[in-house]
Write a protein that binds this ligand. Structure first.
Ligand code: GNR
Ligand code: NI
Length: 171
C-alpha cells in the first residue's frame, strides 16, 4: 500500500467528470486500499479519486472519530438515489483546498447506491456528517467543489489565493 499525492486547486483535474468503473478487480482493490491509506494519512474523513489525479468514480470514507473503531467505506460508482427535504449545515473543508473552511447547507440525509470492495451492489442510508461527506465526495466525481456553494465573491477570493500560492511555488 502507498500514500498517494493529493491534488490541490486550481488543478484542472478537480473540475473534470470521472468515468464509471467497469469492473471491480484486484487492480481496483489495490487502488482503493491506496486511497484509504492516503485518506487516513492526510488525515481526512473522505477522499475521491480525482483528488489523487484519477478520473474514476471511486470514493473512500470513514467518519469515525479517533476514539471510535474504524468504519472504512469503499464506494464504487456511488449514486445518490434519494435526498431529504430537510437540510443541515456543516463547516466543510477539503484536502484539495487546504486550511479553508466554510459552512455549506445540504440535504440532511441521503441514500447512496454503490458497489462495495467486492463489486457487490449496496445501498446505505446516511445522515449527519456521513450524509454530508458522501455528498461532498460524489460532487468531486462530477468536478464540483464545496466552494461552488459559496458566493462568487468568496469563491473567487479562495481561488485567487491558491492560484497565487501555486505561482509562487508554495503548493
Ligand atoms: O476531511 C474532510 N472533512 C470534511 C469535513 C466536512 C465536510 C466534508 C469533509 S470531506 C474532507 C476530505 C475531502 O476533501 N474529501 O473530498
Ligand atoms: Ni474534498
Amino acid at each position: 500500500m502507498s500514500v498517494l499525492d493529493i491534488v490541490k486547486i486550481p488543478d484542472d483535474v478537480l473540475r473534470q467528470t470521472a468515468a464509471p468503473v467497469e469492473r471491480v478487480d484486484d487492480e481496483l482493490r489495490r487502488f482503493l486500499d491506496d486511497m484509504m491509506e492516503t485518506m487516513y494519512d492526510a488525515p481526512g474523513i473522505g477522499l475521491a479519486a480525482p483528488q489523487v489525479g484519477v478520473l474514476r468514480r471511486v470514493v473512500t470514507v470513514d467518519v469515525a472519530r479517533e476514539d471510535e473503531e474504524k468504519q472504512p467505506l469503499f464506494l464504487v460508482n456511488p449514486e445518490i438515489v434519494t435526498s431529504s427535504e430537510e437540510r443541515s449545515t456543516y463547516d466543510e473543508g477539503c484536502l484539495s483546498i487546504p486550511d479553508y473552511y466554510a459552512e455549506v447547507e445540504r440535504p440532511a440525509s441521503v441514500t447512496v447506491k454503490y458497489l462495495d470492495r467486492d463489486g457487490k451492489e449496496q445501498q446505505l442510508d446516511c445522515e449527519g456528517l456521513l450524509a454530508t461527506c458522501v455528498q461532498h465526495e460524489v460532487d468531486h466525481l462530477n468536478g464540483v467543489l464545496f466552494i461552488d456553494y459559496l458566493s462568487k465573491l468568496r469563491r473567487d477570493r479562495v481561488f485567487k489565493k491558491f492560484a497565487k500560492a501555486k505561482k509562487l511555488g508554495l503548493l
